[in-house]
Design a protein around this ligand. Structure first.
Ligand SMILES: *[C@@H]1O[C@H](CO)[C@@H](O)[C@H](O)[C@H]1NC(C)=O
Length: 254
């Protein structure tokens, strides 16, 4: 057995040396087939571990810096500093009291939003995957935010939207961030409209504009210029201004 391995070893070394690039390409192909949900779980755990150990607890800016440093060298699901600054601008300008984030991931965008919310502002953030929700919530706490400034809902976006009335009562959403499954974007916007939970000047922030699902939403929006205006775009993130007050025929609930 040992002698067989001794014979095989030089062969393996030669094959690896000669076929280095082919082997690498093969590995890449195998990796590409790893289901995205599995990749996401691994990615969430390693991002969380890095941010948890490398940031000063209680300081949101330090948490964000750790995220940005990590994503320079690793795959991460955070939107990154460029789109992050865009989110900052929107939050500062709109000073939203009620924010709904669909797709929390590791909590990067949640932390960005929370640190700029007005005192009475609240963030509801939705994450379907329970492990991701747990890790993301921990990061928000590490950044120094507490309940009831934020609430994490381990729901699908559809479930979260249908429970909004009981969660936000009479108030309405001033900002909705969509960074979940783009195939749900349009359906979720329609649900938000029919629940009448969007404030008359609600802003939508859409990540991943190049995804087919996001394109479907944008088509819907552009064909209704009386109800929506497309605002700034940074990379694949765009802001949309809603004019729901002219939209609903019935009574406004907000
Ligand atoms: C949102 O942006 C990040 C980083 O740019 C990207 O990895 C992610 O896939 C985007 N989300 C969607 C739904 O496209």
């Amino acid at each position: 057995m040992v002698s067989l391995m001794l014979i095989a070893l030089p062969v393996v070394v030669i094959v690896v040396t000669l076929c280095h690039s082919q082997l690498l390409a093969f590995c890449r192909r195998v990796c590409a087939r790893v289901p995205s949900f599995l990749k996401k779980k691994v990615c969430v755990s390693s991002t969380h571990a890095y941010v948890f150990t490398e940031s000063t607890h209680g300081q949101a800016t330090s948490v964000l810096a750790a995220f940005d440093l990590y994503s320079k060298t690793h795959t991460s699901f955070s939107i990154g500093p460029k789109k992050g600054e865009f989110v900052d601008e929107v939050v500062k300008r709109e000073a939203p009291l009620r924010v709904l984030e669909l797709g929390m991931h590791c909590g990067y965008t949640s932390v960005r939003i929370l640190r700029l919310l007005p005192t009475r502002g609240r963030l509801l953030t939705v994450e379907l995957d329970p492990l991701t929700a747990e890790k993301g919530e921990e990061i928000i706490l590490v950044a120094g935010f507490k309940n009831p400034q934020f609430q994490v809902l381990t729901f699908s976006s559809a479930e979260a939207i249908s429970s909004l009335a009981s969660l936000i009562g009479e108030s309405c959403l001033d900002l909705v961030v969509m960074d979940h499954d783009p195939d749900q974007y349009l359906e979720d916007l329609l649900a938000l409209q029919s629940c009448k939970v969007l404030s008359p000047h609600c802003v939508l922030l859409l990540n991943g504009t190049l995804q087919p699902g996001a394109q479907a939403l944008l088509e819907y929006i552009t064909s209704r210029p009386e109800y929506f205006t497309i605002g700034h775009q940074v990379q694949d993130m765009v802001e949309i201004h809603c004019h729901t007050s002219t939209h609903s025929q019935g009574e406004e609930s907000c």
